[in-house]
Unconditional design. Sequence first.
Length: 299
Amino acid sequence: MAPISTPQTPFGRVLTAMVTPFTADGALDLAGAQHLAAHLVDAGNDGLVINGTTGESPTTSDAEKDQLVRAVLEAVGDRAHVVAGVGTNDTRHSIELARAAERAGAHGLLAVTPYYNKPPQEGLLRHFAAIADSTELPVMLYDIPGRSGVPIDTETLVRLSEHPRIVANKDAKGDLGRASWAIARSGLAWYSGDDMLNLPLLSVGAIGFVSVVGHVVTPELRALVDAHAGGDVQKATEIHQRLLPVFTGMFRTQGVITTKAALTLQGLPAGPLRLPLVELSPQETAQLKIDLAAGGVQL
């Protein structure tokens, strides 16, 4: 059983979008994934998103995705929400992945906006509804127009919120005005998908984060969201400001690249990247060390 959740916090408050560890020869490192998952939950995560963008989902096979969900569930499934990324730009493929994740025992699904083919809003509506119809699992939408090319309009979010299994949205739109309206009108549980905007999104009604920097600062993110939920906005602001160098440093280039470098510096499982992603240069690694140290991260 997953941890207790409420309609207001269906997947908890602090989730990390976990990288997929690989062995030195580029194969899936299931033991490493279990070690990392347990570490992240021990650090204070309520949940983990597996097979998302940060998990290099574009370059892992369906079989690898299934193995990874099962391995992480074995490691932490009784202590954390395990949310499986199933979004693609092919609705039928997404449904196949959703059903496979349900069979594997996942507690929820993350469905990103279809990318590259740029569907209209009616296409988005039907795509997400079809995924939600295909299993009994709760669904978190993922709105990231910078990657997908198409935003989920507020009206579409409101209509999707009427589906009983579409319960949340991961917001990486970077538009606090749109977020404010969508939160107010849809009633969806709102998760920040942009670490630099974690605190601002809480201020307009978000309830938590699906974070990349959670790989290295989960306790601080937990303290931030708990302070804000408890009404101590000043403390939340102070934590946010201390973390600014981390937010900046972890996104100087593609986030998977810096995250795997940071984990390697800490002696945690990560391994190499799969092309087209490439490792940091020595100069970029040196800058990352400076950024993380400035934000209080121990290496």
